[in-house]
Design a protein around this ligand. Structure first.
Ligand SMILES: C[S@@+](CC[C@H](N)C(=O)[O-])C[C@H]1O[C@@H](n2cnc3c(N)ncnc32)[C@H](O)[C@@H]1O
Length: 314
């Protein structure tokens, strides 16, 4: 199995290098990636001169404000409802998220500590921060955020997920303080809720209208607060790895978990966040090493990537 994986990785690496060079080159006027280090690298502002070739219905071309529409995609939600019981099974369908968790938490810790001037070496670096985990699923990210001292709200559109999350969190006094709620970001906007940090990991590719969803995330974020989004790039490489390999060859995920056409490129994400008054400050990629079975932070954003952004002042 290990040698098969190695061969597959080699094949994907060689064939995708040419492709990712082209796409990153063509995007280089919009976004820069950086070798992951502790030195923050600014992402230049995008201009709004071109309308991207996706979800054009999300854009109000005359600049008029549209009411925030629902982010719910019933087909996607049904998939998550069907496997809700398996959230805390480390060998189940959410195994990739479980093994990715330490890596994404490391990015979240370093970017938030730098932005909010917190000590990244403290046991509870997020003390004093109000964080919302949008699309929290069974709470596999909400729980470590609470352990790091944050006041955490976890929301998900699937009621079963919230029940599982609550049940799991109750077993530990630190995590039992998490406020879990079956709702959507747009509903909390109506309730005028605000958070220092808004996090939506691996959610945007499952929502009905990504641009509207980002506007809701922006409205939930206090001015100068932080928004973190992770997702999968719409690249040839992601088709080969996140769909063909993960769903069909390795069967890590149930078949049909992801729709390639719903993925956003980093450039598209930067653009829709800009339009929602959120500026992307830095990005990192997540790469999987089949030999160690671990994920690591990287400057390669051709498949899985995360963006750290800040809300502009109002
Ligand atoms: C791939 S899971 C990611 C879970 C979690 N963020 C993580 O990374 O561990 C996507 C989650 O988003 C939820 N979801 C999808 N659309 C949503 C929406 N419009 N509002 C809130 N939650 C949503 C799903 O129910 C599911 O739990």
């Amino acid at each position: 199995m290990a040698s098969k994986l190695l061969k597959l990785t080699k094949f994907i690496n060689t064939s995708s290098k040419k492709i990712s060079k082209v796409s990153i080159f063509s995007a280089s006027h919009i976004i820069q990636t950086r070798p992951f280090s502790d030195t923050p690298q600014k992402v230049p502002n995008t201009t709004t001169s071109s309308v991207p070739p996706f979800h054009e219905k999300n854009y109000s071309l005359d600049g008029a404000k549209k009411p925030i529409s629902s982010s719910l995609n019933p087909v996607e939600l049904a998939k998550f409802s069907a496997i809700a019981e398996t959230w805390w099974d480390p060998q189940g369908p959410f195994k990739p998220l479980h093994i990715m968790n330490p890596t994404r938490l490391s990015f979240i810790r370093s970017t938030l500590c730098r932005h909010f001037r917190k000590n990244p070496h403290s046991a509870r670096p997020f003390e004093g921060l109000k964080i919302i985990d949008v699309g929290c699923g069974g709470g596999i990210l909400s729980e470590p955020l609470a352990r790091m001292g944050a006041t955490v709200t976890g929301i998900d559109a699937v009621d079963k997920n919230i029940k599982i999350a609550r049940l799991h969190a109750e077993s530990d006094p630190v995590t039992s303080s998490i406020e879990y709620c079956c709702t959507t970001a747009e509903k909390l906007v109506e309730e005028q809720r605000k958070f220092d940090v808004v996090i939506a990991l691996e959610v945007i590719e499952h929502v009905a209208e990504p641009a509207e969803f980002c506007k809701s995330l922006a409205s939930l974020t206090v001015p100068h607060g932080a928004t973190l989004i992770s997702t999968i790039n719409r690249s040839m490489r992601s088709y080969a790895t996140a769909i063909v390999a993960a769903e069909y060859l390795l069967q890590w995920l149930p078949k049909g978990t992801h729709q390639w056409s719903s993925f956003l490129t980093p450039e598209e994400l930067v653009l829709i966040l800009n339009r929602a008054s959120i500026s992307v400050q830095e990005m990192a990629g997540f790469v999987y090493n089949p030999l160690t079975g671990r994920w690591a932070l990287s400057d390669d954003i051709s498949v899985n990537f995360i963006a750290f952004s800040t809300k502009n002042s109002e």
